[in-house]
Design a protein around this ligand. Structure first.
Ligand code: AMP
Length: 356
C-alpha cells in the first residue's frame, strides 16, 4: 500500500518535527515545515520550509496549498492557525485535541468527564480564590500552575502549606491558574498511543520518566511497575484516545501513586520525548506512526526488540556525546541546534539491551 499523501505539512520546526520528517522520508513522503525560525532542526531535513509567524494567513495558505495533509509538532500552535489551515487541507490530530491540551483546566475537566482520574484541582482567577482554596487544607502543599503555555516546569510553583497566597498568585503573573493537590507519587510514567483512520491503535509503554529541574532527563522501558498497574495505565490511555477519536499520535503523562492509583497529569497532542527510544528499539517508531496515521496509512507494529534507556542531552551535556560513539548498544541522535542554552534539548542517546 502506498500513501495517497505525497507531501505532509508540519506546523513547527523542532526536533519532534525533524524526527517525523526523517521517518516520512523512509516512507517516500516529502515534508514541508512551517515555523517562525530561519534555522530550525526540522527544516534542515525537510524538502521545504515556510518561515512565517502563525498569523500570516497568506503564507499559511501557500504552505497548505503545497501539501496534501497537515499535522503539528508542538502544542502551542494557535488554535486559530489550525482552524484556518483546516479550511484548506485536512489536519490531524484534529483541533479539538489541540484546544483541550492547550489549557490545563480544559484538559483536566475533559479527563475527569471521560472518567479518567487526575490530582484534585481547582481553577484560580484571583489571589482571593487561591486563599480560599488553600484554607480548606492548611497543612497541605499544592502545585500552582498557569493554565496556559507551561512546559518543562515553567509557569508553575509549589505552594507550600502556610505560604502567602497573594505573593504566589502574583509570582505566576497570569489571570488563569490551576491549583493542584501535590501528588505523593512513587513514579512518573507515560504512554504513547498512535491511532489510524480505521481506529486501530498501537501503544508504547508505560515508560518510566525521570526529570532534572522539571525537564525530562531519562526514560526507561520497561518501567519497573507491576503488570496490573501497567495494564491500568494502558486502559486509561486507550480510553482517552477513543474519547477524542484520535487520528494521529498523543502521549499521556501519568503519576503512579504510592497506593497504586493512576492519575493523569498531562496530554501531549503529539509525539513525545519519552518515546524517542522507539526509533531504535521498536519495529515501527512513534515518529513513523505519526506519519502513517496522519497520512492515512495503517499503524505499524509497535513491539520492541530491545529494552532501552533514553537519556536527553540537555544544554552542555551534549559535549559528552563523544564517549557514546564507541559504546556498544548506543544510538546517537543530535538535533542540529547550533546554540547551546541551559536546559535546551540538544539531542539524546538511546542505549539498547536486546530482548533475548
Ligand atoms: P507538568 O508541567 O504538569 O508536566 O509538571 C512538570 C513536573 O512537575 C511533573 O513531571 C512532576 O514532576 C511535577 N508535578 C506536576 N504536577 C504535579 C502534582 N500535581 N503533584 C506533584 N508533582 C507534580
Amino acid at each position: 500500500m502506498k500513501s495517497q499523501v505525497k507531501t505532509l505539512g508540519i506546523l513547527g520546526g523542532g526536533q519532534l518535527g525533524r524526527m517525523s520528517t526523517l521517518a516520512a522520508a523512509n516512507l517516500g513522503i516529502r515534508v514541508h515545515i512551517y515555523c517562525p525560525d530561519e534555522e530550525s532542526p526540522a527544516s534542515q531535513v525537510a524538502e521545504k520550509t515556510y518561515v512565517g509567524n502563525y498569523s500570516d494567513k497568506k503564507k499559511l495558505r501557500a504552505f497548505a496549498n503545497g501539501v496534501d495533509v497537515v499535522s503539528y509538532e508542538f502544542e502551542n500552535i494557535p488554535v486559530e492557525t489550525v482552524r484556518f489551515i483546516e479550511n484548506v487541507r485536512p489536519v490531524f490530530p484534529n483541533c479539538k485535541l489541540l484546544e483541550i491540551s492547550q489549557n490545563r483546566i480544559t484538559e483536566k475537566r475533559f479527563l475527569n468527564n471521560v472518567g479518567i482520574s487526575t490530582a484534585h484541582w481547582t481553577p484560580i482567577r484571583s489571589a482571593g480564590e487561591l486563599a480560599a482554596a488553600v484554607r480548606s487544607a492548611e497543612k497541605q502543599d499544592f502545585i500552582l500552575k498557569t493554565a496556559r503555555f507551561g512546559y518543562d516546569g515553567k509557569g508553575q510553583l509549589v505552594h507550600k502549606a502556610g505560604s502567602d497566597p497573594k505573593k504566589n498568585f502574583e509570582r505566576l503573573n497570569s489571570k488563569e491558574l490551576i491549583l493542584e493537590e501535590k501528588v505523593n507519587f512513587s513514579r512518573e510514567i507515560s504512554i504513547i498511543i498512535a491511532r489510524d483512520k480505521n481506529r486501530k491503535s498501537a501503544l508504547y509503554g508505560p515508560v518510566l520518566n525521570e526529570h532534572k529541574n522539571h525537564i525530562l532527563s531519562k526514560s526507561t522501558i520497561p518501567a519497573p511497575i507491576e503488570d496490573e498497574i501497567a495494564a491500568k495505565a494502558l486502559r486509561v490511555t486507550r480510553k482517552l484516545a477513543e474519547a477524542l477519536d484520535l487520528i494521529g499520535v498523543l502521549a499521556l503523562e501519568m503519576f503512579v501513586t504510592k497506593d497504586g492509583r493512576i492519575l493523569a497529569n498531562e496530554i501531549a497532542p503529539r509525539t513525545h520525548n519519552s518515546g524517542h527510544w522507539t526509533i531504535d528499539a521498536c519495529y515501527v517508531s512513534q515518529f513513523e506512526q505519526h506519519v502513517r496515521t496522519v497520512c492515512g496509512l495503517p499503524v505499524g507494529n509497535p513491539a520492541r526488540h530491545s529494552n532501552a534507556v533514553m537519556i536527553n542531552f540537555l544544554g552542555s551535556d551534549v559535549d559528552k556525546v563523544n564517549k557514546y560513539y564507541k559504546m556498544k548498544g548506543s544510538c546517537i541522535h543530535l538535533y542540529g541546534k547550533s546554540e547551546i542554552r541551559k536546559g535546551r534539548k540538544m539531542g539524546h542517546i538511546t542505549i539498547l539491551k536486546p530482548i533475548k
